[in-house]
Design a protein around this ligand. Structure first.
Ligand SMILES: Cc1cc2nc3c(=O)[nH]c(=O)nc-3n(C[C@H](O)[C@H](O)[C@H](O)COP(=O)(O)OP(=O)(O)OC[C@H]3O[C@@H](n4cnc5c(N)ncnc54)[C@H](O)[C@@H]3O)c2cc1C
Length: 218
């Protein structure tokens, strides 16, 4: 069940889901959130890395970041989208995409508690690649230069579409091709920096060849 009227999917409601565990799976698979806020210059949407811990999506950026500044105690919206394929119909009107997407709406809260800041920064880092424990600790200056914002995972919706095109029954006999083309993003082989020292972490070596949005062999 949707937790509010404004996150109730109306168009394409057959693709909607609201169950927390299923939404978390999409958030786990995604890499980038597009975060929208009303700034003093007007509406702004920026792509951002994110992490999830307990009941929050965490975002971070420089103290001067206009979007994160504006998200303090005001309404923001974060969307995570994974495009899984092109859906090609017999008519342009019925073209679509296969996807997994999540929309989260709510009030941004600037995180000031040091413990929560560190939990959030670890969650964001480890979401990209679980390297928090194999990188140098953050300095006091780095922590002070970073704003962390928490967005509650309470008002959220997801849509998932998969499979082929939905052509209109009256177009059954028209002589045009229709189908779908899967899209997969794979990690390549890691390329070492010239100043790299020590062993490549096993979690990095393991990425090679994996589907970037499922992090597993397919
Ligand atoms: C990769 C991709 C490409 C798309 N391209 C287009 C396009 O070109 N044109 C177009 O009209 N639509 C497109 N969509 C669908 C679009 O995201 C909306 O679902 C659709 O436009 C309906 O919007 P609405 O405001 O009328 O929906 P409503 O159903 O009225 O939206 C109400 C609530 O449903 C939830 N919701 C809506 N859409 C999504 C979503 N995608 N994921 C999770 N929750 C959602 C939100 O909480 C929203 O507040 C695309 C979706 C994806 C993932």
């Amino acid at each position: 069940m949707p937790s509010s009227d404004r996150i109730t999917v109306r168009r394409g409601a057959e693709h909607a889901l609201y169950e927390g565990a299923e939404i978390l799976r999409i958030l786990e698979a995604g890499l980038v959130a597009h975060v929208a806020a009303q700034t003093k210059d007007g509406p702004l949407v920026l792509p951002m890395a994110y992490g999830v811990h307990e009941n929050f999506m965490y975002l971070h950026g420089a103290l001067a970041n206009a979007l994160l500044k504006s998200s303090t105690d005001s309404e923001i919206c974060a969307t995570v989208t994974i495009v899984d394929g092109l859906v090609l119909a017999k008519t342009a009107f019925n073209h679509s995409m296969n996807y997994r997407s999540v929309v989260i709406r709510g009030s941004g809260r600037v995180v000031t508690d040091r413990h929560e800041q560190m939990v959030a920064l670890r969650a964001i880092t480890d979401h990209v690649a679980p390297l928090w424990d194999t990188t140098r600790e953050l300095t006091e200056n780095e922590i002070r230069a970073t704003r962390v914002v928490a967005l509650p995972l309470t008002e959220m919706s997801a849509k998932i579409r998969s499979g082929g095109a939905t052509n209109d029954p009256e177009d059954a006999d028209i002589p045009f091709w229709s189908g779908h083309v899967p899209i997969t993003s794979r990690f390549g082989d890691p390329i070492q920096n010239s100043d790299a020292l020590g062993e490549m972490p096993a979690v990095v070596a393991r990425l090679s060849g994996l589907d970037a949005y499922n992090r597993q062999e397919t």
